[in-house]
Structure formats: structure tokens, C-alpha cells
Design a protein around this ligand. Structure first.
Ligand code: WTA
Length: 646
């Protein structure tokens, strides 16, 4: 398929959208030429307790890196997501919850959301949680996960949501790092008909976290769990002890809203810190413009609240806009591959936002599961999380959206807080596989490896030249790491870690990570994390992990493992190691392929040559480049000979 294929904006869409091509150009130009003026105006889209007079206070280094937006304003995120909608929308659905079981669903109005969040907030307060405390949330996709996040926001506590698929060890590490004193979880989660032992995992994790005083447990399944009388609290019991009224804390724009752990190219996961005012302005604005959201529409983002997409585009962005947001507990192929489309029909979903990995999996099931549903309510489709191949894009556009719904391919990151590069449906012609153009206030730059900014059509590494309100502010507890990770490679710029091409029309094409981060089914994984899990096994001497192209997952995990002397490779050991990594990190980190490596290719100074390992994993070993710096070139022959991906 030619990359030059263009799908023009339809007139009907342009005329009803928030912006058309001309107004996009004008607004974009103004946002870049006069960021202060632009954001002074658009910052008003949320409600402030005390209005801001300062707009932007930013330094990208080299000596000092600080990022502040609307710094003297005060506000509260929960008030913006709930209270301010009550006069007009008390009885409008805020959340539609669809259970794993197709027979189970529930609608929560803005009025009910207010009551639930206030009660949850009062429970936290009654148990001593105050402003600035860290609360870890380890939950399935149930409405209480949203209540918990908003309850924290209401009282100024900082939430740290940990994805329910992470292991007890991974959970413990994240609790320890931010010194959480309170955990909110459920007895069990349910996904695809299977139970996930969240409370049992929490119990295991907490053997390593003596600082946690209380665990608030939501009853989801009624399954058997252990109970620690002095520590554990049932949500439904505490709920009866508190009142419906909970005044919201007045928070500074730069007070932390949440921490979210994400994988980097080195070391343990980083606690990405987002603050209150700018984040809310940016997520609500991108939600409204990118999805062209119109009042009364039903919007569904299929992400998990454990990832940033769930934070920004299930919860904060949509609710700040008074939208109806759908929360789905299940998976795309349960009970069968029609499920997502059935949910769209059942709840009359207008906007559907998912990941390329889900699209590819559903595409493999053929057209029939799609075609037997109606999908007439759908108006717009979106994707996020990894590059989408043009074939999957076209299938999404034609088969799911029947060429009626524009597809917005949205590029962004945990660090960026919100969408950075994406079509605006009424303004920007689509090209399958391209995230197209930058959002307002976003100034992308493509640099070569020496840091020279490229002009016109080019390829290189993607940086952002100036700040935007949704940008992360620091790595929790480690500002130096923040500076090192994002501002030292190309001084004075934010470096995304992604490669990117810009075509002659100024469209951006993300080519994937250029660092040691891999993207497996849209989940970010640090190769270093998987390596350290592997070497923690007593039979493993050394391990090197790289990504390789995978039809369904985008990238798969390929591990080269050197065993300790005296240990013999076997199929059994291979399975044991896969199981081991699942236990150490979680199922999303399971290696797809493990190759036994008598030794790893290293330079004379002992550095592993990952470039070579990547090539072999890609089954592209004919051109390994310069191997003359290898300490022992024969190592490579053995690895090529025994490669796993052929
Ligand atoms: C990748 C998810 C291509 C990219 C919101 C980025 C994408 C990483 C796209 C961030 C896209 C995200 N096209 N690649 N539309 N969206 N990515 O932090 O490599 O989980 O750096 O945030 O996902 O993943 P994260």
C-alpha cells in the first residue's frame, strides 16, 4: 500500500467539527507564536477557585529544569470532573459500566458519582489520609477504581494506580518507591471469565511494605480471601459510616495529582509525576478537540485505568468535559470476538478508542464477527499505544467504521500527559499509518544523532522543543533522573525516545522506540527490567533482552540467556523461566522466545552489542554491520546458527 494514500476530510464532518482546516492552521500558529496568550485563554476551560495570573514558567535546562503552568491559580480536579456539572447534568450518565459478563452493567449519573466519590473521600479522611499522602490503587476495571482516583483528587492525596496485571513484587516496588501508606484494591478481578487474585497479591506485596497502614477492599466477586483485622477494611462497611458531603481541597495548579510508574530504558520503573491545573486543561482540551466530543455523546476508551490512557482519556479528560465515559471490565474476545461491537450497539457508543494490538487481533478473526453487529452509532474511531500498520488501519476504517468514521491515530506518552500528535477529524486529511500533525502548543522537532534539527522531509529522533501544560513535572523523588532521561540527550529539548519521519506534507510518522524500551501489545516494557528478572533466577548467569517484530503484539520479547556453569538447557527450564518472569513482573513481560546463548557478543570493554542481538532476533542476520570490535566474533556465529525467529 502506498504511503501517499490520502483520505480527505469529508465536508459534512468539517462543517460540524470544532475546527476545520483553516481554523486549525490559525489556532496552531497562534499557539506556537504566542503560547502565553493562547494558554491564558484556554486555561479558562476548567474552573479555578483562584484564577491564575501567571501562565508559563519553564526551563528545559541545561542547569535548571523546571516546568510550571498557571502556577498561582488554585483548583480541584474532582470538582472539575464532577461538581461543576451537577447543575446541568445531575441525572446524566457520567459512567456507563459494562461488566465482563455481558449480562452485567450499571449506569452512574453525575449525581451518583458525586455521592460515591465524597463517601470514598470521607473514608480515606477518617482513616488519616491527608493532602500530599500517597495512595496506591490496585483495582480491576470497576466504577470504584474511578471513585478511588477522584476521591484522592478531592482531598489532595496523590494516587498511584498500579495495573492489576502486575505481580505482587512489582506492586511492592511501586508502593515502596512512593512510600504509600494506604492501598485500595478488590477481593478479585474478573477478565474474560477468569478471576484475578488482587487481594491475595496485595497481601503478598505488603509483607515487604511495613509502611502501609490500611487496605480498603471492594467486594467484587465475594471470593475467599485472607483478612487482616488490624489493617483491612471493607469498602461496603466503611461506606455506611461516613456522610455524603466532603468539601474539596483547594489545590495549587502545581500540586501533584498523581504518580504513574512507567518503564524506561534503564533501571527500575520511574514514577512519572503529573500535577493538577495544566494536566486538566490539556487532557480536557485534547479530549474535546481530537475526539471532536459533543455534549451527550457516549465515549469509550478501552484502555485499563492502570495506564496513562486510562487516566487521561477514561477519567480526567472526558469527565472534565462532562462526557459520558464507558468503563469496560472485560476483554475483546470474551465471550466471543464480537464483544466490543456488541457493547457499541448496546450502549450506543459514538466514539471508540483502542490500541492497534486489539485491532490486529480482531482483524484476524475476519469480518463476520464485526458484520453481524450494527455499529451505526459510531462516529469516530481512535488508536493509541504503538505504531499502527496501514493494513490494520484500513481494516479499522473500512470494516469497523464503514468508511464513515475518521480514524484518529494519536501519538503521546505517559510523560506527555495527553495527546501530542493526532489528526483533528474536521481539519486534517488522514494518511493510514501516520499520526499526522501536532496538537495546539506542541512543537515537534526531528533531530539527527548529533542533535541537529532537521528541516522539511526527514527522519530522525523525535523531540519537543517547548513545554505544553500536560507535561510531566518530574520523576517522583528523583529530579536528577528526570533531567538525565529527558533533557540531556539533546540539551534544551524534551527527547521522547521515539524515532520519527516527517513527509513532504509535514505529516509525522512514528517509527517506534529508538532506546531500550519495547512496546508489547501497546504495553511499555523496559528490556532492563526483564533482564534483571531473568538473572534473579538461580540458574541464569546473564541475560540480554530485545524486541522483535511480532504480527499481533507489534513487538515480542526475545531473551538471550546464558546459564550458570553446570546447568543444561532444556525445554522444561525454558518454561520455568517464562513462568518466573510472569511471577516477577507480570504476564505482560513473558518472553516470547528464549535462546540459549553460550555467551553474549561483547565489545572488548565488556559492553553487550545489542545492535547485533536485535538483528539476529529480527532474523536479519545477513548484514550485522561492523563486528570487528567484538571481543570474540565466533560468539555471533553460534547465535545466528541457533536463532529462534525464523
Ligand atoms: C508508543 C501511551 C506510534 C511510542 C499513550 C511512545 C505510539 C510509547 C503511538 C508511549 C502512536 C504511543 N503511534 N507509537 N499513535 N502512541 N506510541 O507511555 O513508542 O504507555 O513512546 O503511553 O508508545 O507509551 P505509554
Amino acid at each position: 500500500m502506498s504511503e501517499t494514500q490520502v483520505i480527505p476530510v469529508k465536508d459534512k464532518i468539517a462543517s460540524s467539527a470544532h475546527v476545520d482546516a483553516q481554523s486549525y492552521e490559525e489556532m496552531y500558529r497562534r499557539s506556537i507564536e504566542d503560547p502565553e496568550g493562547f494558554w491564558a485563554e484556554h486555561g479558562k476551560r476548567i474552573d479555578w477557585m483562584k484564577p491564575y495570573s501567571q501562565i508559563k514558567d519553564v526551563s528545559f535546562g541545561p542547569d535548571d529544569v523546571h516546568i510550571r503552568w498557571f502556577a498561582d491559580g488554585t483548583t480541584n480536579a474532582a470538582v472539575n470532573c464532577i461538581d461543576r456539572h451537577l447543575p446541568a447534568k445531575k441525572d446524566q450518565p457520567a459512567i456507563i459500566w459494562e461488566g465482563d459478563d455481558p449480562g452485567e452493567d450499571k449506569t452512574i449519573t453525575y449525581g451518583e458519582l458525586h455521592r460515591q466519590v465524597c463517601r470514598m473521600a470521607n473514608i480515606l479522611k477518617a482513616r488519616g489520609v491527608t493532602r500530599g499522602d500517597r495512595v496506591t490503587i490496585y483495582m480491576p476495571m470497576i466504577p470504584e477504581a474511578a471513585y478511588a482516583m477522584l476521591a484522592c483528587a478531592r482531598i489532595g492525596a496523590i494516587h498511584s494506580v498500579v495495573f492489576g496485571g502486575f505481580s505482587p513484587d512489582a506492586l511492592a516496588g511501586r508502593i515502596e518507591d512512593c512510600e504509600s501508606t494506604f492501598v485500595i484494591t478488590a477481593d478479585e478481578g474478573v477478565r474474560g471469565g477468569r478471576k484475578i487474585p488482587l487481594k491475595a497479591n496485595t497481601d503478598k506485596a505488603l509483607t515487604k511494605c511495613p509502611g502501609v497502614r490500611h487496605v480498603l477492599v471492594v467486594r467484587r466477586t465475594g471470593g475467599d480471601i485472607d483478612w487482616h483485622e488490624d489493617r483491612d477494611l471493607w469498602f461496603h462497611e466503611e461506606f455506611e459510616k461516613v456522610g455524603d458531603d466532603c468539601p474539596a481541597e483547594e489545590m495549587g495548579a502545581e500540586d501533584p495529582l498523581f504518580i504513574l510508574y512507567t518503564s524506561g530504558s534503564t533501571g527500575k520503573p520511574k514514577g512519572v509525576l503529573h500535577t493538577t491545573g495544566g494536566y486538566l486543561v490539556f487532557t480536557s482540551m485534547t479530549h474535546e478537540y481530537v475526539f471532536d466530543y459533543k455534549d451527550g455523546e457516549v465515549y469509550w476508551c478501552t484502555a485499563d485505568v492502570g495506564w496513562v490512557t486510562g487516566h487521561s482519556y477514561i477519567l480526567y479528560g472526558p469527565l472534565a468535559n462532562g462526557a459520558t465515559t464507558l468503563i469496560f471490565e472485560g476483554v475483546p474476545n470474551y465471550p466471543d470476538a464480537s464483544r466490543h461491537w456488541q457493547v457499541c450497539d448496546k450502549h450506543k457508543v459514538n466514539i471508540y478508542y483502542t490500541a492497534p494490538t486489539a485491532i490486529r487481533a480482531l482483524m484476524r478473526e475476519g469480518e463476520e464477527p464485526v458484520k453481524k453487529t450494527d455499529r451505526k452509532s459510531l462516529r469516530l474511531l481512535g488508536t493509541v499505544g504503538e505504531p499502527i500498520n496501514p493494513e490494520a488501519w484500513m481494516w479499522y476504517y473500512k470494516t469497523v467504521g464503514e468508511e464513515r468514521c475518521p480514524v484518529v491515530d494519536t501519538w503521546w506518552q505517559t510523560e506527555t500527559g495527553g495527546i501530542m500528535i493526532s489528526p483533528l477529524p474536521g481539519a486534517i486529511d488522514l494518511k493510514p499509518g501516520s499520526a499526522t500533525k501536532p496538537f495546539f502548543g506542541v512543537k515537534p522537532e526531528i533531530v539527527d544523532t548529533n542533535g541537529n534539527v532537521q528541516e522539511g522531509a526527514c527522519q530522525g529522533n523525535l523531540c519537543i522543543a517547548d513545554s505544553w501544560p500536560g507535561q510531566m513535572r518530574t520523576v517522583y523523588g528523583d529530579h536528577e533522573r528526570f533531567i538525565q532521561t529527558y533533557f540531556s540527550t539533546y540539551p534544551g529539548k524534551y527527547f521522547s525516545g521515539d524515532g520519527c519521519r516527517r513527509d513532504e506534507d509535514g505529516y509525522y510518522w512514528i517509527t517506534g522506540r529508538v532506546d531500550d524500551v519495547i512496546n508489547v501489545s501497546g504495553h511499555r516494557m523496559g528490556t532492563a527490567e526483564v533482564e534483571s528478572a531473568l538473572v534473579a533466577h538461580k540458574k541464569v548467569a546473564e541475560a540480554a533482552v530485545v524486541g522483535y517484530p511480532h504480527d499481533l503484539k507489534g513487538q515480542g520479547i526475545y531473551a538471550y540467556v546464558t546459564l550458570v556453569a553446570g546447568e543444561e538447557p532444556s525445554e522444561e527450564l525454558r518454561k520455568e523461566l517464562v513462568q518466573w518472569v510472569r511471577q516477577e513482573i507480570g504476564p505482560i513481560a513473558s518472553p516470547d522466545l528464549i535462546q540459549w546463548a553460550p555467551s553474549l557478543p561483547k565489545t572488548r570493554s565488556g559492553k553487550i552489542m545489542r545492535r547485533i542481538l536485535r538483528k539476529i532476533a529480527e532474523n536479519d542476520y545477513s548484514n550485522l554491520g561492523d563486528t570487528s570490535t567484538l571481543a570474540d566474533p565466533a560468539v555471533v556465529d553460534d547465535l545466528v546458527e541457533n536463532r529462534m525467529n525464523r
